[in-house]
Design a protein around this ligand. Structure first.
Ligand code: SAH
Ligand code: AVI
Length: 328
C-alpha cells in the first residue's frame, strides 16, 4: 500500500496575513460606523470556539447540515456525477466532510481532497487526520484567503466538486457574495459542481438564540476578534468593556452581529500607531450571517452564470445544501 502524506501550500505567509490585517483593521476602525471583517475571528482560539459553537443546543445549522450529509451524501455525490476530487473552501476541522468523502470512497471515485482555509493550524491538522483516515487519498491543502486566492486552488484529478459548507457564504456581503460566486463559476470546468451550504430563513427567536447562546460561547467567539487585535496589533482592548449583540435584520434577511462598547473609552493599537475612541453604547459590526430561501439562492446562482441543479434540506427544513453547475 502506498503511504501518502498531506501536501500543504501556504499562500498566505504570516507577513502577508499581517499586512492584510493591518489594512483591514485600519479601514474598519476609522470607518463610520466601525466594522471588522469576520475572517479575523479564526486564530487557534477562535477556531476552537467555533467548534464549541457547533455543539451548542441553540446552534442548529451544523446539526442540520450533518443530518443532510449523513443521510444523503451518496445521492449528492451521484447527482454531481461522481467526482474524483473534493475541494472544500473554509474547511476548518472538516468534521461533516467525512460523510461526503466516505460516499466518494464507497463508490470508488475518491482520489483527491483539497482543504482550503485561512487558518494554517487547523488546515494542517485536518489534512494530517484525513491522510490517516482515508488510506490512499491524496490530500493537497491550501492556506489562503479564499476571497483573494481562489484561482490558486489546485486542480486535483478528474471532475471536481467544490464544497462550501457551514453557511459561510452567509458571512459575505451581497457584493462580495456575487463576486465570489462568479469566481467559482470561472473555476468550474465541464462536469464540475458547486455544493453550497446555506442557512434558511426562520423565526427571529430561533435565529437570535442561535447567535446568542445561554452559555455565552458565541459572545466569547465574537470578542475573540478583539483578542486577535490585542495579540497581533499590540492593541489594548479591554474585552470586558464590550458586550455581544446579535439581532436579526428582517429587511436584509441576515443576522447582524456586533460588539457594543459599555463605556466611553479610547483604545490604542501600537502597531498602527492609532488611537480609536468608542462612545458608550457605540456598536461595531463584526459579522453578518445571511439567511436564504430557495428562490434567493436560485437568483444568486442565476446572476453569477450558475444553475441550481439539486436541493437537499434536513427534515425540519431549517438548512439547505444546493448543487449548482455552470448555466446553459
Ligand atoms: N466548514 C466548517 C467550518 C466553518 S467556520 C464547518 O462547516 O463547520 C468558517 C471557516 O472558514 C473557518 O475555518 C475559517 O478559518 C474559514 N474562513 C473564514 N474566512 C475565510 C477566508 N476569507 N478565506 C479562507 N478561509 C476562511
Ligand atoms: C462560519 N459561519 C457560517 C458561522 C455563522 O453561523 O454565520 C459563524 C458564526 N458566528 C456566530 N456563530 C457562528
Amino acid at each position: 500500500m502506498t503511504i501518502r502524506t498531506a501536501r500543504l501550500d501556504v499562500h498566505l505567509t504570516p507577513a502577508d496575513a499581517h499586512v492584510a490585517l493591518r489594512t483591514d483593521v485600519l479601514l474598519g476602525l476609522t470607518a463610520q460606523p466601525k466594522q471588522l471583517p469576520p475572517k479575523y475571528f479564526y486564530d487557534a482560539r477562535g477556531s476552537e470556539l467555533f467548534d464549541e459553537i457547533t455543539r451548542l443546543d441553540e446552534y442548529y445549522p451544523t446539526r442540520a447540515e450533518r443530518e443532510i450529509l449523513t443521510t444523503r451524501s451518496a445521492e449528492i455525490h451521484a447527482a454531481a456525477g461522481c467526482p474524483e476530487t473534493l475541494v472544500e473552501l473554509g474547511s476548518g476541522s472538516a468534521a461533516k466532510t467525512r460523510h461526503l468523502l466516505s460516499a466518494m470512497r464507497d463508490c470508488g471515485s475518491l482520489d483527491t481532497y483539497v482543504p482550503v482555509d485561512i487558518s494554517e493550524e487547523i488546515t494542517q491538522r485536518t489534512a494530517a487526520e484525513l491522510v490517516e483516515e482515508y488510506p490512499g487519498l491524496n490530500v493537497h491543502g491550501l492556506v489562503c484567503d479564499f476571497e483573494q486566492h481562489l484561482e490558486r486552488v489546485p486542480h486535483g484529478s478528474g471532475t471536481r466538486m467544490i464544497a462550501f459548507l457551514g453557511g459561510t457564504i452567509g458571512n459575505l456581503y451581497p457584493r462580495q457574495r456575487h463576486a465570489f460566486l462568479e469566481r467559482i463559476r470561472a473555476l468550474l470546468g465541464p462536469g464540475d459542481h458547486l455544493l453550497l451550504g446555506t442557512d434558511l430563513i426562520k423565526d427571529r427567536a430561533r435565529l437570535e438564540a442561535a447567535y446568542d447562546d445561554a452559555a455565552g460561547v458565541t459572545a466569547e467567539f465574537n470578542k475573540n476578534v478583539l483578542a486577535v487585535l490585542n495579540n497581533q496589533l499590540g492593541a489594548d482592548f479591554d474585552l470586558d468593556a464590550f458586550e455581544h449583540v446579535a439581532r436579526y435584520d428582517e429587511e436584509a434577511e441576515r443576522m447582524d452581529i456586533r460588539l457594543r462598547s459599555l463605556a466611553d473609552q479610547d483604545v490604542r493599537l501600537d502597531d498602527l500607531d492609532l488611537e480609536i475612541h468608542f462612545g458608550t453604547e457605540e456598536e461595531m459590526r463584526t459579522e453578518i450571517s445571511t439567511k436564504f430561501t430557495r428562490e434567493r439562492i436560485a437568483a444568486a446562482y442565476d446572476g453569477a452564470g450558475l444553475e441550481l441543479r439539486g436541493w437537499f434540506t434536513d427534515a425540519a427544513g431549517d438548512y439547505a445544501l444546493s448543487l449548482a453547475a455552470p448555466a446553459g
